[in-house]
Design a protein around this ligand. Structure first.
Ligand code: PAF
Length: 281
């Protein structure tokens, strides 16, 4: 497995592979890899001739400096895991390599980045879009793999790719969960024992929303789920919204058109966890 730190080396190696007719898969990550990432890697491996992963903790997508400082960094073990998973190359640039100058694009995503994560983490999605655009420019992947756990991110990445004219196919991969239902996340390692025990309540709350879906109003579902999760002293819901999959507009009634997705962010102490579940598919 190649470990590549500069865009020049990455581009020249990929140009040679492309010239041989190789199809390129890409898995962008911020490291601290867990089984969720590895399932994206396995899919990228199965569906492409070669695949590249990036490991880069992107400072532009953190609106909270403490969150950036606390983000787990485990490059050595990440590299081992990727080598074992048959990854062809890992791109792990430093901040200067990714952001050689201060100018940062501003995207207009309309409503898509004003709600949910966008509302509570201003600037977050612009930072995600900027880095994914740069990575797509460098890798020019045929396919790129994103976890459905970051549901709103997936929607924003699709929008950015359309705005920028990237031809990459964006592949959405199912959320990987621990046995007790907790969505896998690099942040889970920061949970205390008590918080970790309480955290599966988030997914239980989402399942409750799905059970209630056909017989209760959306308002009743929201009230019930938020109260259920907040009943644990370890957890505090930041938002719980039910939105239409494509527009991210709030669902008006259970009869709203298309797929409806319940999206949630919960604080366990300082650790912010997100999850989502489709209610009608
Ligand atoms: O989902 C992530 O880990 C990040 O937001 C991504 C897509 C790698 C961009 O930094």
């Amino acid at each position: 497995m190649k470990e590549i730190r500069t865009r020049a080396v990455l581009s020249s190696w990929l140009a040679k592979e492309r010239a041989k007719g190789k199809r390129i898969g890409f898995v962008p990550t911020m490291g601290a890899l867990h089984a969720g990432h590895m399932s994206l890697a396995a899919r990228a491996r199965a569906e492409n001739d070669i695949y590249v992963c990036s490991v880069f903790v992107n400072p532009k997508q953190f609106n909270n400096p403490a969150d950036l400082a606390a983000y787990p960094r485990t490059l050595e073990s990440d590299l081992e895991k990727l080598a074992r998973a048959g990854c062809d190359a890992v791109f792990c640039p430093d901040v200067l390599e990714m952001y050689p100058d201060e100018a940062v694009k501003r995207y207009d995503f309309g409503h898509l980045d004003k709600v949910m994560e966008g509302k509570f983490r201003p600037g977050h999605f612009n930072g995600v879009a900027v880095v994914v655009d740069k990575l797509f420019e460098m890798v020019k992947p045929d396919r790129a793999y994103f976890g459905r756990k970051d549901f709103q991110q997936l929607r924003i990445v699709r929008e950015m790719a359309a705005l920028e004219g990237h031809e990459t196919e964006i592949v959405s991969c199912p959320t990987e969960r621990e046995d007790d239902g907790l969505a896998m996340s690099s942040r889970n390692v920061r949970l205390t024992e008590g918080q970790r025990k309480a955290a599966p309540r988030i997914f239980k709350g989402l399942m409750k929303a799905r059970e209630m879906f056909s017989s209760y109003s959306l308002e009743e579902i929201k009230e019930n789920v938020v109260a259920f999760i907040n009943r644990s002293p370890e957890l505090q819901v930041e938002y719980f919204d039910i939105v239409c999959e494509n527009t991210l507009l709030p669902a008006v009634s259970p009869d709203s058109q298309g797929e409806l997705v319940a999206c949630i962010a919960v604080y366990a102490g300082e650790v912010r966890l997100i999850d989502n579940l489709s209610l009608n598919s």
